[in-house]
Design a protein around this ligand. Structure first.
Ligand code: PMP
Length: 486
């Protein structure tokens, strides 16, 4: 098999009416516009730095898209009336059996949604239905159960494609989760492009899953990593990010939402800047897909990865979206059954994507369970979910920031429902343990994102993270414990 070449390798920005490298260098030091084909291209106010305009556009668009409409599920309504879209919160919570669990004789308060979410009974029941009525291997065996499981498995792939706005279900490759997805792209597509001295661009916000795989292939090929900086609120400095690109850049990978801070990055602008340099970009959407409406086509993402368990689906299943041209250029990373068209002892012919990247028997039941989770979330509506969670975030930010000794980390204007804080005079572990005794589950630690915490001079924080089934009363309970320790 030929090694994959970069689909953008022969890319000449000027053929597409895009600025060349010198022009881009001049935006950074001068006053010209964003690439004119960027969906965000706006008339530039004279004398305002173009990257500042891009940053402002990113900010405004997030505000417009998610937060500025009339608020739904306001936190000052009584619980019985509180709604997320057309569903009452009481009714939503009844879908999640584990929320009725008691810990230390108190109702469990699940504020660890960035680590994993809870599953509604619709997902649990779908798994039971699969094992009771459909279980079979897929794609092989001409019998009724094989047809049932294959149909359900492929229908789930279609649901994933629709959920993230992918043009075709064949663009979706099943993986174990975000971590495996990043490794797949690193090994299959990016590693064969790398030569000594080449560069991959990441950001300070990344989860270890979006650092280590790139570090590994960089070490193996002599490439290096370049890291985009954040400002004091934890937001990417677009000008710094743009400045990292050069002829040596082969790939960019960044998170859409920081798991440690909840900061939403200006993904569309970051992708547009990468494309101006003929570089493809991967979006780690582990923390964004469950909380914000995402459309890979509108974003123009080249690759996007996410995990089922963070979007109310099963563990052990996730997806990678890739543009067709990139899947065609990429080499398979694992060999085995299912991914082949023909095998002799001399050579193997591979099937097209997604099969080419899905060697062996996949996680059939959990893929189908993920499809059920996406149906569940779609029925409530991500626009409603993101608005309600934003209300929770505002309420929690206000409540916690009023507690003496609490230092909130990462207070960017665009955030999902994640708070990261430390409490003066108390260790992070101590706060976590006291919360746990009160039945409140939060994450206390480094959140697999050590570089960004160290950037803020910390080794660990306490991180409550919200989902649409959380209540302001649960935030009050959290605040009571923190206040008692302050
Ligand atoms: N990226 C981000 C931003 C994450 O939050 C996580 C999970 N905490 C991952 C990657 C890794 O996801 P998984 O463990 O499901 O592979």
């Amino acid at each position: 098999m030929n090694p994959p070449s970069s689909v953008y390798a022969d890319f000449n920005p000027e053929d597409y009416g895009l600025p060349n490298e010198q022009e881009i260098a001049s935006w950074i030091s001068g006053y010209t516009a964003l690439p004119s084909n960027s969906p965000r291209a706006q008339p530039i106010t004279e004398g305002v730095h173009p990257v500042i305009v891009a940053e402002q556009n990113a900010r405004d668009s997030h505000t417009r898209a998610y937060f500025s409409d009339e608020k739904i599920g306001r936190i000052d309504t009584p619980l019985a009336l509180r709604r997320v879209g057309s569903r009452s919160l009481k009714n939503i919570r009844e879908d999640f059996p584990i929320l009725a669990e008691r810990i230390e004789n108190k109702p469990v308060i699940w504020l660890d949604n960035a680590a994993t979410t809870q599953r509604p009974k619709q997902v649990i029941e779908r798994l039971v239905q699969y094992y009771e009525h459909e279980n079979s291997n897929v794609h092989r065996g001409a019998h009724a159960l094989a047809a049932r499981s294959t149909d359900a498995y492929e229908a789930a792939r279609e649901k994933i494609a629709r959920f993230i706005g992918a043009p075709d279900k064949e663009d979706i490759v099943y993986v174990r989760g975000t971590t495996e997805g990043v490794n797949l792209v690193a090994q299959s597509y990016v590693k064969p492009l790398l030569n000594p001295g080449d560069e991959i661009i990441l950001t300070q916000l990344e989860h270890h899953a979006n650092i280590v795989p790139w570090q590994q292939i960089a070490q193996e090929t002599g490439a290096t990593l370049r890291i985009a900086a954040v400002d004091e609120t934890g937001q990417i400095l677009l000008s710094e990010y743009a400045r990292l690109f050069s002829k040596k850049t082969r790939f960019a990978a960044f998170t859409h939402v920081s798991n440690a801070l909840g900061v939403i990055t200006p993904a569309e602008e970051m992708i547009a800047i990468a494309h101006c340099f003929g570089v493809a970009a991967l979006v780690d959407a582990a923390q964004s897909v469950p909380h914000l409406p995402i459309n890979v086509t509108a974003l123009d993402a080249d690759f996007l990865v996410f995990s089922g368990h963070k979007i109310f689906g099963p563990t052990g299943i996730g997806a990678v979206y890739g543009k067709k041209t990139f899947w065609e250029a990429a080499r398979p990373w694992q060999g085995g059954g299912n991914m082949i068209a023909d095998v002799t002892f001399e050579r193997t012919q591979y099937r097209a994507a997604p099969a080419k990247f899905e060697a062996g028997t996949g996680n059939i039941a959990d893929a189908i369970g993920l499809g059920a989770a996406l149906d569940y979330v779609s029925a409530i509506g991500l626009a409603h979910i993101s608005r309600y969670e934003h209300d929770l975030l505002e309420y929690a930010t206000k409540t916690l920031s009023e507690i003496k000794g609490v230092r909130l980390i990462g207070r960017a204007a665009q955030k999902t429902g994640v708070l990261s804080f430390v409490l003066e005079g108390r260790s992070v572990e101590e706060v976590g343990q006291h919360l746990s005794k009160a039945g409140i589950a939060v994450r206390a630690g480094h959140h697999c994102a050590q570089p960004i915490l160290r950037h803020f001079g910390l080794e660990a924080t306490v991180r409550p993270s919200f989902a649409f089934y959380n209540l302001p009363e649960e935030i009050d309970a959290l605040a009571r414990v923190v206040r008692s320790l302050a």
